[in-house]
Design a protein around this ligand. Structure first.
Ligand SMILES: Cc1cc2nc3c(=O)[nH]c(=O)nc-3n(C[C@H](O)[C@H](O)[C@H](O)COP(=O)(O)OP(=O)(O)OC[C@H]3O[C@@H](n4cnc5c(N)ncnc54)[C@H](O)[C@@H]3O)c2cc1C
Length: 399
């Protein structure tokens, strides 16, 4: 009899898990997501700056699952809890049973509650709705500057958090604003970008090569970098810092931290301070041998015991491992331990410029790095689209 694997979350981890599990004709897959689409949040920096459009950023999950013929079913629903004893996934309206479960519900922006006013007055980019709202506001701003030639008021656009996503957003916004010179002339100079972080440097935890080259690029794009700067509170006009300084701002995008998805809060197992599950070596949670967690909703450590940053790459690698583990268990084969090491990282830094490292020794910056970063993103997107258009083999063809 076929085994039923339920995957909660159609993000980078969830989709990779479905893809791998579909190799086994003896598995029925159910993918559940609260949204009807897969959101390519790694491309959000380009969307909010107006470089990419909505169709570059989302893939319809039902169409994508249909590509797997009868082997994968998509259900649009929000999961509210899981009963591990009864092996049931619960939404507000339904109960879905499973033989194996993969939780891949990702994370959300952590609008720290100790910073008064942060959530009310800033945008996030981890969900499409907030990214869309910001893009509309930004286009409105440019339109007003275009209409009013006497408009010279300074507009400060602030990005809180200089990790991977904050740096990408700051660089792309700065690059795009510079390009608006052709549209709104010198009035473009009144739009200023600030990148703020409490850490000593931007991109804390990354290599010196990445940090130095990124700083150089941001400076050339006139991004004002404020490190070791602690935000105390915000109101609708000002950001107040701990050292009693303040900055007038018009938009704040907050990328300073993440917190695991709301579903984690309803599951009573061991978690870290940002609500990520703490799994065992096989990525099981609470030692349930048929329940796995992957991607941003779980704390992933490398061989040295260092916690890895939440990336699409980790989500996909953990997905591949878990899918292989489930197939091994079903087919009574030996399960290998998870190797969580990162292969590399590429950071988009506005226009046709990136910086990146691969396997720890290949280090590139500028146009070559941009081409590599673009190729990775394009291959991912085209891969998903191809599955919609061409589809997978049916169960009978696979056997
Ligand atoms: C601007 C930006 C740039 C980035 N750049 C990079 C990069 O260059 N390289 C890189 O590797 N990473 C990058 N990242 C990080 C990367 O996007 C995340 O690490 C990745 O999305 C995590 O994948 P995931 O599958 O764990 O979760 P997600 O991709 O967030 O997917 C989670 C899914 O679960 C669904 N879900 C959540 N709760 C429920 C529920 N209760 N019921 C049903 N469905 C639910 C959501 O709708 C979503 O579809 C970037 C992130 C941002 C914001």
């Amino acid at each position: 009899m076929n085994k039923k694997v339920v995957v909660i979350g159609g993000g980078y981890g969830g989709l990779r898990a479905v893809e791998f599990l579909s190799k086994d004709a003896g598995i029925d897959i159910v993918l559940i997501d609260k949204n009807p689409y897969h959101y390519l949040q790694t491309e959000a920096y380009g969307y909010i700056a107006g470089k990419f459009d909505m169709h570059d950023l989302v893939i319809d999950l039902k169409e994508w699952c249909d590509g797997f013929k009868e082997r994968a079913q998509f259900i649009q629903d929000k999961v509210v809890s899981v009963d591990f004893d009864k092996e049931l996934v619960k939404s507000a309206t339904s109960l879905i049973d499973y033989d194996y479960l993969i939780i891949a519900t990702g994370a959300r922006t952590n609008f720290f509650s100790f910073i008064e006013g942060l959530k009310e007055h800033s945008y996030g980019v981890k969900n499409l709705h907030r990214a869309f709202n910001f893009r509309v506001e930004f286009e409105n701003l440019i339109y007003k500057k275009l209409q009013n030639t006497k408009e010279s008021q300074d507009i400060n656009l602030v990005i809180g958090g200089a990790g991977l996503s904050g740096v990408e957003v700051a660089a792309e916004m700065a690059y795009v604003i510079e390009a608006y010179k052709k549209t709104i002339g010198d009035r473009v100079k009144s739009i200023k970008i600030y990148l703020i972080d409490a850490s000593k440097t931007i991109l804390p935890g990354m290599s010196e090569f990445i940090i130095k080259n990124t700083e150089k690029r941001l400076e050339s794009l006139d991004v004002n970098i404020l490190t070791e700067t602690f935000i105390d509170r915000m109101d609708e006009n000002y950001i107040y810092f701990k050292d009693s300084q303040k900055l007038k701002y018009h938009f704040m995008i907050f990328t300073g931290g993440i917190k695991a998805s709301h579903l984690n809060d309803s599951i009573d197992v061991q978690k870290n301070s940002i609500s990520q599950f703490i799994p065992n070596a096989e990525l099981n949670i609470d030692n349930h041998k048929n329940v796995f967690a992957i991607g941003d909703c779980v704390e992933i450590k490398d061989a040295k015991g260092e916690i890895l940053p939440p990336t699409a790459q980790s989500a996909e690698r953990s997905a591949e491992y878990v899918a292989e583990t489930i197939m091994s268990k079903i087919n009574k084969k030996r399960v290998k331990p998870f190797d969580a090491s990162m292969l590399g990282i590429f950071i988009a830094l506005g226009g046709k410029y990136s910086v990146g490292e691969l396997f720890g020794f290949i280090k590139v910056s500028g146009y070559t790095a941009y081409l590599l970063k673009k190729a990775i993103a394009k291959l991912y997107y085209l891969g998903l689209r191809l599955r919609i258009n061409a589809g997978y083999m049916s169960r009978a063809e696979l056997k």
